[in-house]
Ligand binder design. Structure first.
Ligand SMILES: [Zn+2]
Length: 351
């Protein structure tokens, strides 16, 4: 009873805007922690990206990040890094992008590691949304006499952990749609066999996107028409995303690449119970980001049911000979990024 009261109080207080006057230096340190966290991208799921740097006497003496699933947590890697470089961590300040864990998971708790290392102050960007951890890491540190400050660059850290936070809250993957169109908005050239019409550098970016997604989904028609492999090939990866094919009438050929190349595929036939049930199932499998690369009818179904979180429109400067025009209803979305992938113009819409 007492414990739950304490936990409730901590939950309400831990991140309730103690408006801090952060210095430019502190911003710089946390920005660096966010940057090093990026090194784990595509390798740590279902854990979030986390970065940590140690500062002593105004100098960054060590940095660490969660590098791969089962590897050291960021705080522990930073402490290890300091030791390797011959720095004494006693009295140092840790800048960490996520509240340190206090539970025995795949590694011992980071709160203990910070205590043993003699860290005197911990600055945290974002609280841990995991109910086992929330508020507890902070109180353990504070009770041990460590000065804790929270909320520095919280929004940047939240953006970096976007899919992890979405999954913690909804137990479903964050859904990203990617669609490529020609200069006139045509999704396909009906005079050609396969649908590929983007530059090599753009394809590399698509593979980078695939690497960051735990699963890639298409409908049966895409498999029948293009026989894609939907793997990451143009950049290095240790792990291939799970392929998902929605095929309620079991139409795809048994010799399709996705069924025969040795990588994992979920072929949803008569066990397909609709998109929402499928997203619940993927959430249970700890799939935190789903990439929908299907054709217009699959994408439209996701949009109609309000299940899309991010829509990436890739527009090339070529013109299809026999265009298949398609319009997508992006009501409720706002343009968040305009960029270039290779020779293609890319617009990213989010809710
Ligand atoms: Zn930890």
């Amino acid at each position: 009873m007492l414990l739950s009261l304490v936990a409730d109080e901590l939950m309400s207080n831990a991140f309730s805007a103690t408006t801090m006057d952060w210095s430019a230096k502190q911003h710089e340190y946390m920005q660096r922690a966010i940057e090093v966290a990026e090194k784990g991208r595509g390798q740590v799921r279902p854990n979030p990206l986390v970065g940590c740097i140690l500062v002593k006497d105004g100098e960054v003496i060590a940095e660490g990040w969660h590098d791969h699933l089962g590897g050291l947590h960021a705080e522990q890697m930073a402490i290890h890094d300091a030791e390797e470089k011959g720095h004494n961590t006693n009295g140092a300040t840790a800048y960490v992008t996520l509240e340190p864990c206090n539970h025995f998971g795949r590694t011992p708790p980071c709160t203990e590691a910070l205590l043993w290392a003699g860290i005197s102050k911990v600055v945290i960007a974002h609280g841990d949304p995991n109910p086992i951890v929330r508020g507890i890491g902070i109180s353990v540190l504070e009770n041990a006499g460590i000065d804790v400050e929270t909320g520095l660059l919280e929004e940047s850290a939240a953006t970096q952990m976007r899919e992890f936070l979405h999954w913690c809250e909804n137990r479903r993957p964050y859904v990203t749609v990617k669609v490529a169109v020609d200069v006139n908005g045509s999704v396909d050239d009906l005079s050609k066999d396969a649908g590929r019409f983007t530059s090599e550098d753009c394809l590399k970016e698509v593979h980078r996107l695939r690497k960051d997604c735990c699963a890639i989904l298409v409908g049966a028609n895409t498999v029948i028409r293009d026989n894609p492999s939907l793997t990451v090939r143009l950049i290095e990866t240790e792990k291939q995303p799970l392929r998902i094919v929605i095929d309620p009438n079991n139409k795809i050929k048994s010799n399709s690449k996705v069924l025969n190349d040795g990588h994992k595929t979920k072929h949803l036939t008569d066990d397909f119970r609709g998109l929402e049930a499928m997203l619940d199932m993927l959430g249970d499998l700890e799939i935190q980001r789903l990439l929908v690369e299907g054709g217009p009818s699959t994408i439209t179904k996701f949009l109609d049911q309000g299940l899309v979180d991010e829509f990436i429109l890739v527009q090339s400067n070529i013109t299809h000979e026999s265009p298949k025009l398609s319009s997508f209803d992006l009501t409720g979305f706002t343009k968040s990024v305009e960029t270039v992938w290779g020779e293609e113009k890319v617009t990213i819409y989010t809710r």
